[in-house]
Design a protein. Structure first.
Ligand code: GLU
Ligand code: MG
Length: 455
């Protein structure tokens, strides 16, 4: 049962009756922390109205990335339900989910990722535009070893080039089928599932939607996938690069903009470059490329993200990960692949908070449009084949090589920082800088193996 739209649903009492009829006894009032992790609390259905006013209450400083104090009015974080998101959860009998927006001191909280995305969506709406986004989740199904390390759950899945393998895909049908059924019951139109390019790696695609809905749905996808994998004794992993010798997992965004009449703003069939892109499409794309180093901090926000974003050999031959700041016609070796007049933004991985990553993409694209930035010529070659010196000569920049450099790039990008809110940007950079420093201070086995007895 999907509780979307419909004026008659705009009443909490009516919603309560509908949920009761559907066998719901608990509502999970859910929000997303700065790390993109689902958080919330369970509210018995009898108290449904509390989810809307004052909202589900949380201790602010107990939530990562809020920067809220330990005492006083501003120490309370309220998640106020968005009634249009009420949704029965098929994998969790008797439960529904309501997505919440963050409020502090009775006002929309300026560090709440969903509020941050709402503000960027409003900037588009002021132009009569809707950004549609198709998020493409890649993931691993893993098993935990006794020592805490992980391995692909399917011991038989070890082809060197496992993409699209029938046997390895269908061996996981218990998980993939249960996940698909659950998502379909939630109104997500799943249209394909495949085995990706690493052992134990899969991708499941469902239909695109407006940016806010796309972020809400991606969180629902993760919640369903974690619960279903756990019930089958597996670990669902969206870690960007779990195995050094295999490709990592991306979360590509397929982006397009519709105008008020439903027209495709990025499309122009008479495009002289043959990519079918309008001038606005090129400007938006140029904004993404211009802000790419800072966008990396939000779209690839973990230490591990930068182990995915390297060019090099893998067991299957390539990583398919973007490292060069450029674009091309159906070119998967670029940061932006243009296909069917849409922009495939290949930078994100699923360690990103989807609200923040989408908000940042909108802010960067709108800056490109506002300043009529140009992206240069499309790149028509396989960038993986060319040496760095040639790529530089041909005008391609490089993404930051690690989380620390990405955070520095975001700190230096005042346009993006101000669009997302200076308080948020400062807190995000502080939080991610801490992660980078903590990692940098750790001594890894790679180092001890090389250096312990060398000098
Ligand atoms: N796994 C690749 C990545 O990390 C993408 C593969 C593909 O193009 O589907 O971006
Ligand atoms: Mg893929």
């Amino acid at each position: 049962m999907t509780m979307a739209n419909g004026a008659e649903l705009n009443s909490v009492e009516m919603l309560k009756a509908r949920l009761r009829e559907a066998g719901v006894r608990y509502v999970f009032a859910q929000f997303t922390d700065i790390q993109g992790v689902a958080k919330g609390k369970t509210i018995p259905l009898a108290h449904l109205e509390d989810v809307f006013l004052p909202g589900a209450g949380f201790s602010g400083p107990s939530i990562w990335g809020t920067g809220l104090p330990r005492h006083g009015l501003r120490s309370e974080y309220y998640g106020r339900g968005d009634i249009t998101t009420a949704q029965v959860l098929p994998w969790l009998p008797g439960h529904a989910r309501i997505v919440c927006d963050g409020y502090v001191g009775g006002e929309p909280f300026d560090l709440c990722p969903r509020q941050i995305l709402r503000r960027q969506v409003e900037r588009l709406a002021a132009r009569g535009w809707t950004l549609n986004a198709g998020l493409e989740p890649e993931f691993f199904l893993l098993q935990r070893n006794a020592d805490g390390s992980v391995r692909p759950a399917d011991a038989h899945d070890h082809l060197e080039k496992p993409s699209y393998d029938y046997k390895s895909l269908t061996r996981q049908q218990a998980f993939l089928g249960a996940l698909t059924d659950a998502l379909q019951a939630c109104g997500l139109d799943v249209f394909q599932i495949d085995h990706e390019d690493a052992s134990g790696q899969y991708e499941l695609n469902y239909h695109y939607s407006d940016a806010l809905t796309a972020a809400d749905r991606f969180m629902l996808f993760k919640m369903a996938a974690h619960s279903i994998a756990e019930s089958l004794g597996m670990v669902f992993s969206m870690m960007p690069k779990p195995f050094a010798n295999m490709p990592g997992s991306g979360l590509h965004f397929h982006l397009s903009i519709a105008d008020e009449a439903g027209g495709a703003v990025f499309t122009d069939r008479s495009d002289a470059q043959g990519l079918g892109l309008s001038r606005t499409g090129y400007h938006f794309l140029a904004g993404l490329l211009h802000h790419a180093p800072a966008l990396a901090a939000l779209c690839a926000p973990t230490v591990n993200s930068y182990k995915r974003l390297v060019v090099g050999e893998s067991l299957s031959g390539t990583t398919w990960a973007p490292a060069h700041i450029g674009y091309g016609d159906n070119n998967r070796t670029m940061l932006v692949r243009v296909a069917h007049s849409r922009l495939e933004w290949r930078l994100p991985d699923a360690s990103a908070n989807p609200y923040l990553a989408l908000a940042a993409v909108i802010a960067a694209g709108l800056d490109g449009v506002a300043r009529a930035l140009e992206p240069g010529a499309p790149f028509g070659d396989d960038a993986y084949e060319l040496p760095l010196s040639v790529l530089r000569e041909r005008g391609l920049g490089q993404l930051p090589g690690n989380l620390g450099d990405a955070v520095s790039a975001l700190e230096a990008d005042t346009v993006l920082g101000e669009a997302l809110g200076s308080a948020f940007t400062a807190e995000f950079c502080r939080f991610k800088r801490m992660e980078w420093i903590e990692y940098s201070r750790a001594v890894h086995s790679w180092e001890t193996e090389r250096y312990a007895d060398r000098f």
